[in-house]
Design a protein around this ligand. Structure first.
Ligand code: EPU
Length: 343
């Protein structure tokens, strides 16, 4: 089934809770529904964009076109190979529901990414990650529909060009494909990944995936605002990756500046030459923690998160983000890049 709603409020479809509208909101329950819609609709003169749960988006104005949203659900075990299993999951499955299901059914690996607000399709577009794990580590392939010609396509992990919070679907092919299903390969034996500070204190003896999940949930709840209470899009900016030279020059001035090794997933060719500097630290040091512009604010507990203090307009969020980028650039010579997608 497919539904089209006109002048549709997107308040429930963007976690900033911005009061914007879509000219048409199109929701489909199967790949065939989407293919049929594309065949019957003149999409050359009207804008088309696909969203997931809207938790990493910034609508800068009303959307004057067809805004697509998948309602494809379902978790299917395609193959159980003993030490690993292959799962095919509908793009509209709530990310955290998938994690709960995998742990309950003896499939592991996703637990460090518990509670990330996302749907499965968008998780692949954004290569979501947390606590030392990225979703690309477990994606085997992605099934899509080409929004230009309605053809179905399948892309294997390497073809998706995953990197830190990026994939080919967010960059080069932005807006071109609707992801309908994601195929995961998950181990059936739990091997904890505790490299991230905060998880290291967990006792290894008798540790379960559920215990890691519980810890991740409590860490997240301690520093990330609940979107239903305070609108936000998670980390608004990416953590910048700077050259060692740049880092060392800044260190002269700010000896306490924290830094992290660049994970192998980053886009840089030579991981030895680059350093990741926490954007949260830069924003805090620039004096923005807890500050507001209009009804848009910088979250008190985690300055990487911009929040809607209630009734903020898209312009207020855009202005706050741009002002922070300018200020951090002036003070540190580093240009922050938004993780959130502007529409
Ligand atoms: N920091 C400060 N002040 C603060 C908070 C943090 O200076 O108030 C500095 C500290 O040096 C801290 C560092 O920032 O050690 C890192 O902070 P945190 O561990 O909270 O992680 P993050 O780098 O801010 C990233 C991801 C999060 C993910 C966490 C945990 C990005 C853009 N963000 O945040 O992902 O949950 O690590 O893995 O990579 C998201 O993408 O939406 C998201 C929430």
């Amino acid at each position: 089934m497919l539904t089209i709603q006109e002048n549709y409020s997107l308040k429930e479809h963007n976690s900033f809770g911005l009061d914007v509208k879509a000219r048409y909101f199109v929701e489909y329950e199967s790949e065939d529904d989407l293919v049929q819609f594309l065949a019957q609709t003149d999409t050359t003169s009207t804008r088309l964009f696909h969203i997931g749960s809207g938790s990493d988006l910034l609508f800068t104005r009303d959307f004057d076109g067809y805004l697509l949203h998948s309602a494809i659900k379902g978790i299917e075990v395609l193959e159980d190979k003993g030490d690993s299993a292959v799962l095919k999951v509908g793009a509209a499955v709530i990310w955290d529901e998938l994690i709960k299901w995998t742990i309950n059914n003896g499939y592991y690996g996703l637990e460090n990414m518990s509670l990330i607000p996302s749907e499965v399709g968008a998780a692949a577009v954004q290569n979501i990650g947390a606590y030392g794990v990225e979703v690309k580590d477990y994606i085997q392939s992605v099934e899509c529909v080409d929004l230009h010609d309605g053809r179905t396509a399948r892309f294997f992990n390497e073809e998706c060009k995953f990197s830190y919070r990026h994939s080919i679907f967010k960059d080069q092919w932005r807006g071109r494909y609707a992801i309908t299903k994601v195929v995961f390969s998950l181990p059936t034996r739990f091997v904890p990944n505790l490299q991230y500070r905060g998880l290291r204190e967990l006792p290894l003896e008798g540790l379960t995936a559920q215990a890691v999940r519980n810890k991740v949930i409590s860490l997240r709840q301690g520093k990330l605002p609940e979107p239903a209470v305070l609108g936000n899009a998670g980390s608004f900016f990416l953590n910048p990756i700077v050259s060692v030279d740049k880092y060392e020059a800044l260190l002269q001035q700010y000896p306490d500046m924290p830094h992290f090794p660049v994970p192998s997933s980053s886009d840089s060719d030579d991981t030895g030459q680059f350093v990741k500097v926490p954007a949260a630290w830069l924003i805090e040091r620039a004096g923005w923690k807890g500050k507001n512009i209009g009804r848009a604010g910088v979250y008190e507990l985690q300055p990487l998160v911009l929040v809607n203090r209630g009734g903020a307009t898209p312009d207020e969020i855009v202005t706050l983000a741009a002002t922070i980028i300018d200020d951090v650039n002036r003070k540190f010579g580093i240009t922050l890049k938004p993780e959130a997608i502007y529409i």
